[in-house]
Design a protein around this ligand. Structure first.
Ligand SMILES: [Zn+2]
Length: 459
């Protein structure tokens, strides 16, 4: 106990030191140069080591997605939980082509590869090199090798790009289950590869895996030693407790790894409303409950809270007395899917749900100050707030916000009926805790890998 108090005090002292440096106008950390080679003062400023990392990724959550959710839920002058993180910067997200030239608009696979491995890759690829298609070590693998507990929570399928990038290596993101291997011939077990993303996630022995994608895990493995079993059966054989609704999740206790599969595909969204349309919609209020969302579906907030309880409990249960902490990744995935669909209410509801997960992370960090909390996005997206008298060429919708204002939202990255597209803008990255200063300024998302590795002192 005494040790913890000391750590906490020294952390606060260092944090104050950083603030003083900032006020004095001294460049603290990580600009364009690799943070590893940064000046010594940046390390002593808010340096120190984190026992735990909670990394929250809003998929497609650019600045305008954040502003839409803020305006609608807490008002233009209000602040979301993610707005309250003390250190805020921006990072670039571009992917590369096979020859290493920039591909200015990334997808979630190349983006997640960037922060998960510190290396850029081609769109669609997961934690493998852009040219030679070789596996790159991930932050989750490094955390495991250093004895930390690990967790991954998402509202997407657990085999979707963001969770897949930390617990799998795949030539193409579509290779999610054993029956989906068409685009990854070299990754199949028959060719000596590690198998599908679902199989790899289970084989990695991640302590907590919570999300959607049950359909992928229920596919039958056709090659290798577990041939004839489903991935879910494989997980049980490896000691996983498999849970499929909020009640079963609540009953899970530390001591066994947990695989939560809460939907056949992605987890259904929280809010609904009329999507944007050519020529706009009439003013509307969002419906803050989705009749298509089964009653027993746990919220991202509940999943995050439980993941923290299980990861914290792993140490307390005595299996790990080394004092090692954990690495937890939490993804709000459907901000992106609703942006693709030009559905502002769906999108805002998912951003608000993500923000409640940020609140849970910050509550945990308030009790455990040796926790680095980072919130960011993987790429920008389509939605823009435009003047009420604008007549956008694309789709638009008008919302009546909680504070009674009218807000017009335009989606214009794809014409016709096709889904909206990602954008190549830089996005926000914000943090608190040990090494949080490394997010300040303009960085690239590959530097987040170094920030996480440095904070956790991973070798
Ligand atoms: Zn997307």
């Amino acid at each position: 106990m005494k040790t913890r108090v000391t750590r906490k005090r020294s952390y606060h002292r260092r944090a104050l030191g950083a603030a003083a440096l900032l006020v004095a106008g001294i460049a603290v950390p990580a600009g364009a140069a690799a943070p590893d080679s940064g000046p010594a003062p940046s390390h002593t400023a808010t340096g120190g080591t984190a026992r735990n990392v909670i990394l929250l990724i809003g998929d497609g959550m650019g600045d305008s997605e954040i502003t839409l959710a803020r305006n609608y839920t807490v008002g233009a002058a209000g602040r979301l939980h993610m707005d309250r993180l003390p250190m805020t910067g921006a990072y670039t997200t571009y992917a590369v082509d096979k020859n290493g030239r920039p591909d200015y608009v990334t997808d979630s696979a190349a983006s997640a590869t960037g922060w998960a491995t510190g290396h850029k890759t081609v769109n669609g690829r997961l934690s493998k090199t852009p040219d030679t298609d070789r596996p790159l070590p991930t932050i989750l693998e490094l955390a495991q090798r250093n004895g930390l507990a690990t967790g991954s929570v998402t509202t997407a399928e657990l085999t979707d790009a963001t969770p897949a990038a930390i617990a799998a290596h795949a030539t193409d993101r579509s290779c999610q289950g054993p029956a989906d291997m068409k685009r990854c011939p070299g990754d199949t077990q028959g060719r000596g590869g590690p198998g599908s993303i679902a199989e790899q996630s289970v084989a990695h022995g991640v302590d907590v895996l919570l999300g959607g994608g049950k359909r992928r895990f229920d596919q039958t493995i056709t090659e290798g030693p577990d041939r004839g079993m489903t991935v879910t059966q494989q997980a049980r054989r490896r000691g996983y407790r498999v849970v499929t609704d909020a009640g079963e999740l609540r009953a899970a206790r530390p001591g066994r790894p947990v695989l939560g599969l809460f939907a056949p595909d992605g987890v259904p969204v929280e809010w609904t409303g009329r999507p944007a349309a050519g020529g706009g919609t009439g003013p509307q209020r969002c419906v803050t409950s989705n009749p298509g969302r089964p009653a027993g579906t746990p919220s991202l907030e509940a999943q995050t809270r439980k993941a923290l309880e299980l990861l914290e409990g792993k140490r307390a249960a005595g299996r790990d007395r080394t004092g090692k902490g954990f690495f937890l990744q939490v993804e709000g995935a459907n901000i992106d899917t609703q942006d693709h669909l030009a559905d502002p209410c769906g999108q805002i509801g998912e951003t608000a749900a993500f923000d409640r997960a940020v609140k849970v992370a910050r509550e945990y960090a308030a009790k455990h100050p040796d926790t680095l909390v980072v919130t960011t996005a993987d790429h920008g997206h389509s939605s823009q707030i435009v003047p009420l008298d604008a007549e956008p060429a694309g789709l638009s919708a008008t919302l009546v916000t909680d504070e009674g204002g009218r807000m017009k939202v335009s989606y214009g990255t794809q014409s016709g009926g096709g889904g909206q597209k990602h954008t190549g803008t830089e996005v926000r990255i914000a943090a608190q805790g040990p090494q949080a200063h490394r997010v300040l300024g303009v960085t690239d998302q590959t530097q987040l890998f170094t920030t996480l590795r440095t904070a956790l002192a991973l070798r």
